[in-house]
Design a protein around this ligand. Sequence first.
Ligand code: ZN
Length: 343
Amino acid sequence: MGDVNTLLFIASDVRSGSTLLDQLLGAHKQIQSVGELHHLDSHIKRKGPGWSWGWKCSCGDNIDTCPFWFKIQTEIKQRGVLDWTEITTCSSKDPNVLKGVFLSILALTVPSHTIRRWLMGLLYNLEEELQTAIVRNEIVTCAFNVSGCHLVVDSSKNPNVLMGYTLLTPRPRLKVIHLIRDGRAVSFSKNRRHHSRTTYSLIGFMRGITSWLYKNSSILAVLKEIPAPQKLEIRYEDLCVAPRRELKKICVFLNIPYSDTMSQIDRIGRHNIGGSPSRFDISACDIRLDIRWSQNLRTLQKTIYALLVGWFGRQFGYPVWYSFTKDRFQADINKNNDSSNRK
Ligand SMILES: [Zn+2]
């Protein structure tokens, strides 16, 4: 049984299912999720990206009135280390995507820790990442105390946020789930969400797959700093098709027993911030695999994916040319159900 306080970080690109995974994990009574913790300052100061969520926690209350965050705020004040209204949990913006691709792939292929760290220093401001990580770690400590859970989830996703935690001395007990989704699906979803008119634009699609390559290669570069038993790779598609199987795998990784409450999305009483707007929808919903991209992307877009970044997706088991189909995943579900029934 895991009784040592452990920070569980979900690392992923956007539109890769991190909110879904965050909510499934948060449904376990031994796990407290705080959501995308790097957005906390934005919620407190009421400026910046927190606007997208109306400055609200998942419970529907503002950060100042939510009972969970009020307890965190009180704990922060009692500890006297941070000034709640002045905290900074998020560092500056991501670097240029092309620079990101170049430096993160370089860092990924370099065996030397020192050179790797230097390359990542060219990509991110390490001092700033460390300072914001100190703040987030203090809040995570309060979340352990307030919730009584030994596992707290930060689903901030970004590789620079994860890197901040690896720079802390002493380093907190950290486990990382790298959640990956097919680059074609991510790019399609990014463009559909932000620029409905450019859903099928070639430039938008290329920008989407390039930032997918950058985010995931950068995550892999940071993960080189973390020992193998403390990291786990999960594919979004597997999580949707066989949630029980994947959640059981995650529970083994976290050293906690699997709980059936995890595979039901019940959004009542959650206190996480950031993430997909779907977390405010308290109606019951199914975990469904979204493969609209495979029917909607044009052949030219699929070809560009294959030529530019197919090699990268392949290492996660994503076929370069083949499109995932419902039939293939249905077959996977059936296989999973058969094996579960035999146990
Ligand atoms: Zn709340």
